[in-house]
Design a protein around this ligand. Structure first.
Ligand SMILES: [Zn+2]
Length: 496
């Protein structure tokens, strides 16, 4: 009897650890004479031991010092004591055991101007007519929670404003649950956005877009996104129902000059955000490429989790480079690029850049360390991963007599890593290596070590090619490929 009750207690304890804890945020945009801000209150129960550690936004991707955007941080619960070491993103609050806590803070934009520059993108934008923030830069959270029931209440939203975020559109009260902190990989926007929606293969897609001067009308941009979604759903054999809407937020970057455009994006959980300079230099194809790439992160990066956090770039060669390869394949599939331009991109944008780069064979550790520090290493990550994907795609095709391709491996990875959000390429590399070795029909551990970890360039003689591609012996000494259009079904062979 005693044993039974002991067991029962353990069971109850075990469950209580997994139970989601509730937190409610109240957010109100405020406009003061000199600046605009978001005023935030957070309500939740403090830890049972009387000390709650709270995380304040500090780092997200390449953005550092995000705590500069959090002002007036205070705990409004009477009698508590707060300890905040200078510049630390953690605040310790001493309170009565399990006491209800109320936090208050303000989120401000820490740069000048009414839109971010390329370098400032993904920092909080808080203007009098719009705001846009990544969840990780907006929400202060209890540091040790693993499971969240979140409620977000919006207050004093002007009547003409639209609210668009990863969890819905124009809802003044939003509720969602999450089993990890990944709910912070989300976008929250509001203001003079235009919101459009459509459906692709039974899944709905929301587009929030603001400003003028884009290369196509809003409706056409929505249609482009739906086409891309459709191709990608087919690639990943996506089921048609049961998904919440996929959210896309498009907003402007500050213009440098009229002849230059910049664009960048961020793949988030069931959403992405894209920033670009809406001027005449921005071409539709650049946006199509950006949309393809960012939407693919739904699978490569989100379902196939690559690292511990969004800033963990140890598998950046895969999460960025393979995404880039799949983006080009999907552009070809969607008719957004023709076969000649596709091959030119492979030759010039990837092979030539990688093989000519003075840092082209640096180690993966250096790439990881420099990714957010030096743009040269960041670019190299995309080039190297693309070339690795190209090589492996052709190896798998050769080994399977063209019955299989890289796509089969991607689907296997989605099945394994997508089934368990705790598993990533970094925490569980074995499946990644074994499934590849099986498809290629050879042990790939040594190859992966040499060409991924050590960063050695693949010699041009090592490339196995399908019948529609031939290697040009370039005097420059780097691999270049020719498209042989006399081969039967040469065009079909380029597609996945
Ligand atoms: Zn990316």
């Amino acid at each position: 009897m005693l044993k039974k009750s002991t067991f029962w207690l353990i069971l109850v304890f075990g469950n209580s650890v997994l139970l989601a804890q509730s937190i409610r945020y109240e957010i109100e945009p405020m406009h003061q004479t000199t600046e605009s801000l978001l005023d935030v209150h957070a309500y939740f129960k403090g830890d049972q031991d009387g000390i709650t550690a709270v995380s304040i936004p500090a780092v997200f991707g390449h953005q550092r010092q995000l705590q500069q955007c959090i002002r007036q941080f205070e705990c409004l619960t009477p009698g508590v004591q707060m300890q905040r070491p200078p510049d630390s993103p953690i605040v310790l609050i001493a309170h009565q055991r399990g006491e209800e806590l109320i936090l208050h803070y303000q989120v401000v934009q820490d740069f000048e101007g009414n839109a971010p520059s390329f370098e400032q993108a993904l920092r909080p934008v808080v203007q009098d007519n719009w705001f846009e923030l990544i969840g990780a830069t907006l929400f202060v959270i209890p540091k040790d929670w693993h499971s969240f029931d979140v409620q977000v209440q919006w207050h004093q939203i002007p009547e003409h404003w639209r609210l668009v975020n990863s969890y819905g559109v124009d809802q003044m009260t939003q509720q969602f649950s999450a089993n990890s902190k990944r709910w912070l990989e989300s976008v929250f926007a509001g203001g003079d956005f235009r919101v459009l929606s459509g459906t692709s293969q039974g899944q709905s897609l929301l587009l929030g877009i603001r400003s003028e001067g884009w290369p196509a009308a809003d409706e056409d941009l929505l249609q482009t996104l739906l086409n891309i979604r459709q191709v990608q759903q087919a690639y990943w054999e996506e089921p048609e129902d049961g998904q919440p809407p996929f959210t896309v937020v498009v907003s402007p970057l500050a213009e440098v000059d009229t002849t230059t455009f910049h664009c960048l994006g961020l793949g988030l959980h069931h959403a992405f955000t894209a920033f670009a300079t809406p001027n005449s230099a921005l071409r539709m194809q650049a946006l199509q490429h950006l949309f393809q790439h960012e939407m693919l992160h739904e699978w490569v990066g989100n379902r196939i989790r690559c690292g511990r956090t969004p800033g963990d770039m140890r598998s950046g060669w895969f999460s960025e480079g393979f995404t880039e390869y799949l983006a080009y394949q999907n552009m070809l599939m969607a008719g957004q690029i023709d076969p000649d331009a596709y091959l030119e991109a492979i030759n010039k944008d990837f092979f030539e850049n990688l093989y000519n780069s003075p840092i082209g064979s640096c180690s993966n550790q250096t790439l990881n360390e420099q990714f957010f520090v030096d743009a040269n290493y960041r670019q190299l990550t995309y080039w190297r991963g693309f070339v690795l994907a190209f090589y492996l795609d052709n190896r798998i095709k050769e080994a399977s007599h063209s019955m299989k391709s890289l796509r089969n491996w991607m689907l296997e990875l989605q099945g394994y890593y997508g089934a368990d959000p705790q598993k990533s390429l970094v925490s569980h590399p074995d499946f990644f290596q074994e499934s590849l070795s099986e498809l290629v029909g050879a042990d790939m551990d040594k190859w992966l070590y040499e060409h991924v970890q050590q960063g050695k360039l693949i010699p041009e003689t090592a490339f196995v090619l399908p019948a529609n591609l031939t290697l040009i012996k370039a005097s420059s000494g780097f691999p270049q490929f020719n498209l042989n259009k006399t081969v039967v079904q040469w065009e079909k062979m380029l597609l996945w």
